[in-house]
Ligand binder design. Structure first.
Ligand code: 6LW
Length: 505
């Protein structure tokens, strides 16, 4: 177990599993804070705290009320909130992020406590691109650097920009998508870190340095300083990184990566996750160490069975910060007060095929896991789903009369199985996700997803087992990962509890 401040080589990656991409990190004293992208989900920009860079706890979301984030019902999946930068300057936390949609643009929020409240946003229409970074010069001048890579002077308290944006270093010639820039003053240099090669298998991290924050920048001769492209490393698409120095002066990088599984070409289903790697310095350049495997940490039980369990009984008025919903979460449709101790979902559109579906879920964070919920469908129709987006989801749905398994893959939608509602007004719906045993068939999928009914004696009656590849980013496209949760497709549906258990690999 790493001791405080210093992650040693035995830590388990990803340090934040599940769809938590584009990590940005800062340290204040002994505390580290980290922010991620959230795309079409509300609340936006999950925020985490850690004291050792390895164990992270979600402390809130930077955009957690409609006055800060009001995503329209027709927002496409994988649009919305992209790539924040989190910094601490002058006694405050500053977070700048892009809202990718028509009329969106960059916005800045501040807080004295990163757990919130965060301010209402200030818009920065003069910022010339996505993936904005904020860096302050010695004299207090603030520079905003964006994908491309270009830069403009900004007053982050008003969002006003000054002068014409100027081009900085654009990465390795021929590499696509120079993006995710972060600018740091380290020693006598300004370092410009960025991602290039695209966020798919070609992703990587490169760096340049100069004497001034505005350049000129000289590229590191060892670029890319991190990439897993064309390797057989189990963590792929490594890129979009940020640097942090620990109190003991050691340096660390947080980055996104994916864990493709199955045969060729490999499918990743949890989205882009947050990983940690050690950094050393040589000749004034950072050298990124091995991104350790997700090898079980000491103490991780290797026997099958739950390794991490969480259960929500909906007994509090507030839901945990890790619960997310597509686009918005209005109180008329999501309530823990209507029926005490239950989550009540009131349908507004229709099924999970609709962009305004009423759905509350949490990220699938483990390759093998299971979800359960106890539902009362007497006055509606709804259930438990694994969702990648509106066009890619599997669900088990209960009504007053029956239980059905539905699969939506691209433009195909099928009722895979159905049976009469078992006796009783309530039913436990379940989803089991497991990695298939190692096979020599190159076409084996990443995992299998079983949907069924939890019986009163604790056993599970499977209604259908489906190939997980169709709920992967390689099939669906986009930037997000799977979310498991409850939804209402018709009327009012009550959920007494929701449980999630990670299973040992
Ligand atoms: C983000 C870009 C990227 O804006 O993916 O991996 C985009 N990098 O930097 C969406 O997260």
């Amino acid at each position: 177990m790493p001791h405080q401040h210093q992650a040693d080589s035995t830590f388990a990656n990803p340090v934040i599993p599940g769809f938590y991409p584009d990590p940005s990190i800062c340290r204040v004293g002994d505390d580290y804070y980290l922010a991620c992208s959230s795309f079409e989900y509300f609340p936006g920009v999950p925020l985490f705290h850690s004291r050792d860079l390895v164990h992270w706890t979600q402390i809130g979301n930077a955009l957690d009320r409609p006055s800060q984030l009001c995503l329209p019902a027709d927002l496409p999946s994988s649009a919305g909130i992209y790539a924040p930068t989190l910094r601490h300057h002058d006694g405050r936390f500053w977070l700048i992020v892009t809202d990718v949609r028509e009329g969106g643009g960059n916005l800045i929020v501040t807080a004295t406590d990163p757990a919130g409240p965060w301010s209402d946003p200030v818009r920065a229409p003069g910022v010339p691109g996505i993936d904005p970074d904020l860096a302050w010069d010695e004299d207090g001048t603030c520079w905003c650097t964006v994908a491309g890579v270009s830069q403009v002077r900004i007053d982050p308290s008003t969002g006003e920009t000054y002068g014409t944006p100027h081009r900085l270093w654009s990465g390795t010639p021929g590499a696509k998508a120079p993006e995710a820039p972060h600018l740091y003053r380290i020693g006598g240099y300004w370092y410009l870190l960025m991602a290039e090669g695209g966020t798919e298998r070609g992703h990587g991290v490169s760096i340049a340095r100069g004497r001034r924050p505005t350049g000129p920048f000289e590229p590191c001769p060892a670029n890319p300083i991190l990439t897993h492209r064309s390797t057989d490393h189990p963590i792929q698409n490594t890129g979009h990184a940020d640097l942090v120095q620990a109190p003991d002066d050691s340096w660390w990088m947080v980055l996104l990566g994916v864990r493709p599984r199955g045969g060729t070409p490999g499918w990743h289903v949890l989205g882009r996750e947050t990983f940690l790697a050690p950094v050393t310095w040589a000749d004034g350049w950072p050298v990124v160490g091995e991104v350790p495997l997700e090898a079980p940490a000491p103490g991780w039980p290797l026997l099958p069975g739950p390794v991490e369990a969480s259960r929500d009984d909906f007994d509090l008025n507030e839901v945990r910060p890790s619960w997310i919903s597509p686009r918005d979460r209005p109180a008329e449709h999501y309530s823990t007060k209507e029926r005490s101790g239950w989550l009540t979902l009131r349908a507004r559109g229709g099924s999970l095929d609709e962009r305004d579906v009423v759905f509350a879920g949490r990220r699938q964070q483990h390759l093998s896991c299971r979800g359960r919920t106890l539902v009362d469908p007497a006055s509606g129709r709804g259930g438990l789903a694994v969702r990648l987006d509106e066009r890619h989801h599997y669900e088990i749905e209960a009504s007053a009369t029956d239980v059905r398994v539905i699969a939506r893959v691209g433009s195909l939608r099928t009722v895979v199985a159905s049976k009469p509602l078992p006796t009783g007004p309530t039913v436990v719906l379940g989803i089991n996700i497991t990695e298939p045993p190692a096979a020599h068939d190159a076409r084996t999928g990443p995992d299998v997803i079983s949907l069924g009914i939890g019986e009163p004696d604790g056993t599970f009656t499977e209604l259908a087992t489906l190939d997980g590849r169709y709920l992967s980013t390689e099939v669906a496209g986009g930037f997000t990962g799977r979310v498991i949760g409850m939804y209402a497709a018709e009327g009012t549906v009550h959920f007494d509890w929701f449980g999630y258990e990670a299973l040992a690999p």
